[in-house]
Ligand binder design. Structure first.
Ligand SMILES: [Fe+2]
Ligand SMILES: [Fe+2]
Length: 274
């Protein structure tokens, strides 16, 4: 079912309550971005990149929520689950921030998506604990753990106060998301056997392979002028791809393998860690 990726706010008292939970959103320097000197193709690419970022945050909101359900079902430590209940709200705020940034640049671009295909559910035939561990591995130990250094790198590179404020907020929230995955793994590992670990490794492989494919397409259409790209923080440069490769090894593959979750040799040695 193909649907347009569009968002709305209910407004009124509901929006006011939402705003109260995250007052920093309204305090960001909205309306301060002067796009008049920016070449049209750079602007369009930036609009596309920020709309894409909003959509990715939307998918992450679904991923966090699916993981939360699995954690409650398997009675993961209460304090750990309680910490993770914050994540879906964080992701919704990130959706709004990225979507508003696209609006500041002239409007969002069209994304057609299938709501049924946002995230992949684990095989229902697997035991509940392994399903929960799979979700945490795929969404947090790979997805979130990789995004933190990339967001931090983009935040450093961005120069305008608005994208800087947006990325700064996201980086702050994401630090807890990335650490969470490995904290859960450290709790769950003694409850799993060698075949379970092999399953988690195979699942991580699938996600890592998909990310490598994305990098290939980013490499093909990367920013012609990194100056313009940095001003708008739209994150498609050689430096970004180099950081992405290093981060995959250090923040994802190494910590998984340290925990006995083996990543396919072909993926793990894709780049030599410096
Ligand atoms: Fe996020
Ligand atoms: Fe996140």
């Amino acid at each position: 079912m193909a649907e347009l990726f569009e968002l709305e706010l209910l407004g009124g008292a509901i929006e006011r309550r939402y705003r109260k939970t995250r007052p920093e959103v309204e305090r960001m320097p909205w309306g301060t971005l002067d796009t008049s000197g920016i070449p049209e193709p750079v602007l369009i690419a930036a609009r596309r990149a920020w709309t894409g970022a909003a959509y990715q945050e939307h998918r992450t909101a679904v991923a966090c929520t699916a993981t939360l359900r699995a954690l409650v079902e398997v009675r993961a430590p209460l304090d750990l689950i309680a910490m993770a209940t914050r994540f879906p709200l964080d992701e919704l705020v990130h959706v709004e921030l990225c979507a508003r940034m696209a609006m500041e640049l002239g409007g969002g671009t069209e994304i057609i998506h299938d709501p049924d295909e946002l995230v992949r559910d684990p095989d229902p035939a697997l035991p509940p604990l392994l399903r929960a561990a799979e979700l945490v591995t795929r969404f947090f130990c790979v997805g979130e753990a990789l995004s933190i250094p990339l967001l931090r790198g983009t935040w450093h590179a961005s120069r305008h106060p608005l994208p800087k404020a947006i990325l700064g907020r996201i980086v702050k929230d994401e630090a807890a998301h990335g650490a969470f995955g490995f904290t859960f793994l450290d709790w769950v590992l003694e409850r799993l056997g060698p075949r379970d670990l092999a399953h988690l490794g195979a699942q991580a492989d699938i996600v890592i392979r998909a990310i490598y494919r994305q990098w290939v397409s980013i490499g093909k259409r990367k920013a012609k002028s990194s100056d313009d790209a940095h001003a708008l923080a739209w994150m498609e440069t050689d430096a970004y791809l180099a950081l992405a490769e290093r981060s995959m090894q250090r923040n994802v593959i190494d910590p998984l393998q340290e925990r006995g979750i083996q990543i396919s040799a072909q993926l793990a040695t894709r780049q030599s860690a410096p």
